[in-house]
Design a protein around this ligand. Sequence first.
Ligand SMILES: [Zn+2]
Length: 278
Amino acid sequence: MKKIIFLLLAISIVSCKKSEKKAEETKQVDVKLHQLVGGSILVKKLEVFSQDTTYTGQQKQFTDAYYVISHPKGNLMWDAGLPEQLVVAESFHEPSGVFAIQRPDSLANQLKTIGLKIEDFKYFAMSHSHFDHIGHASYMKDATWIVQENEYNATVGDSVKVKNPSLTALTNVKKINGDYDVFGDGTVVIKYMPGHTVGHQVLYVEVAGLEKPVLLTGDLYHFEENRTNKGVPSFNYNVEQTLESMDKFETFAKEKNAEVIIQHSPIAFEKLEKLLKK
Ligand SMILES: [Zn+2]
């Protein structure tokens, strides 16, 4: 009899553990990630992406991805590519002679490919406010723009004389100072990583079904070698701060065992595409 009671007890413990595990599995939040191509950028003078002459005479092809994160509590768009005026047949060689730029299609058409419309977004955030990340931002006027307060002040604050119309169109603003958990459950977190601009940020996403969480770099790095060599572009807001952010980023990426995606890298784009299609 004792044996039977013990056996029953053991079975009930096992089944209890099983149901706990099941509850944990079903608890996983259904977060989806899509990447879209907001532009192609041929860098004709790669030396602007270094503090020294390392890349003098070199060129490099960049992509310009933006991202859609679908969470049960709403959709977030991360970054906004190049402006739609650049949806043209031939790349535009801008006057400084550094970039040849082009966008493949309009925001509305690109969203259609993933079954969404411009009005479907609750939140909008950008890694930072450079021209190749704010392209179609004005369309996001009904969403809440989540932005670091210092970045906001530097781009559309009261003291700014010439404000970018893509950004002034955004009137629902949530100003943040530091890291921000977008949906309150830890699955989608904006991480403050200043240096490229005053309020530059990166995005951490726990995508359902993916083995590792994804960490979108913004412009903390522009290509793979930047990451290994800790290369800082000549036009960054603050070099020291950038290097500190790189350290902070690498520590966080390691702690989370994250898949690091360099947003301007065509190699990273392909890598993420394969992961998301699995
Ligand atoms: Zn930038």
